[in-house]
Write a protein that binds this ligand. Structure first.
Ligand SMILES: [Zn+2]
Length: 273
């Protein structure tokens, strides 16, 4: 009888503990299983309701010691100076991003010599010769070639990749009819050409203007191209815009839609860690 009583008391205790563990597990699971979208909406709501100025850090790499030759005979070198970045380009990029209340601060400007590995010459020839396909897509095969020219020590460290440090690489030329590429598969090592032949559909490349009048879109300035590409880095795609569109759409220009502003601010806020 005594044994039975003890046994029964043990069972009660054991039942009590099991229930406690079960309850804790349910609570834990329901907490961790909360859809990520809810969290996103919450962050998005906070960041947009508060509409605080978000500061993002940009490292600009001016690629040096690289001469690219186009099939038309044009010889292309980088002509951008750190002064152009500080005095003209960044003020214009920030004027464009003001609508999202996002400000880009220059973390550093690096005049970076390209890496000259075994395939350096082939890479330059390959990049200068790439074209868009029949559907208008740029050639993704040029991206590893561009990446191979970047100095690893000037890239983000592994633990900085999802933090508040963004990169723009200014190359002389990044392929026919291409002005910029956000390079998502290469840690968003975003490339922009200081020469372009997009405006003349693959003809003789010309130096890109630093800025353009917002009321008359001609070729898309270097500043506007940078503003467009960092939009991709902040999750934006080419979509759903009717007039004066920074991210592509029916008419090229400078504006972001309300949805794009909310999405870009959400992506930016996640980098502020
Ligand atoms: Zn784009």
């Amino acid at each position: 009888m005594k044994t039975l009583k003890n046994h029964s008391s043990f069972s009660k205790k054991s039942f009590y503990y099991s229930s406690l563990i079960l309850l804790t597990s349910i609570l834990f699971l329901s907490f961790t299983n909360q859809p990520k979208d809810n969290l996103r909406v919450e962050i998005s709501k906070n960041i947009n309701e508060e509409n605080t100025l978000i500061h993002l850090n940009l490292r600009v790499h001016i690629m040096q010691d690289i001469t690219m030759v186009h099939s038309t005979g044009t010889i292309m070198k980088n002509w951008i100076l750190p002064r152009d970045i500080k005095e003209t380009i960044m003020p214009e990029v920030n004027a464009i991003w003001k609508q999202a209340n996002i400000q880009w601060d220059i973390e550093s400007i690096i005049e970076e010599n390209v890496v000259k590995g075994d395939t350096y010459e082939e890479s330059l020839t390959f990049i200068a010769g790439t074209k868009r396909d029949s559907e208008g897509h740029s050639d993704a095969e040029r991206l590893p070639h561009l990446y191979s020219l970047m100095q690893p020590q000037n890239m983000s460290k592994a633990d900085e990749l999802d933090k508040n440090l963004f990169h723009i690489y200014l190359f002389p030329f990044i392929g026919n009819t291409s002005q910029g590429n956000a390079m998502k598969p290469f840690n968003w090592s975003t490339v922009v050409g200081t020469w372009s032949n997009k405006h003349n559909k693959g003809g003789v490349p010309e130096k890109t203007a630093l800025t353009e009048d917002h009321n008359s879109f001609k070729r898309g300035s270097l500043s506007r191209t940078i503003a467009h590409e960092i939009g991709h880095v902040l999750s934006l795609k080419h979509n759903q815009c009717e007039t004066d569109c920074l991210m592509g759409g029916k008419s090229q220009g400078y504006m972001l839609t309300d949805e794009q502003i909310a999405a870009a601010r959400l992506a930016a806020s996640k980098r502020l860690k």
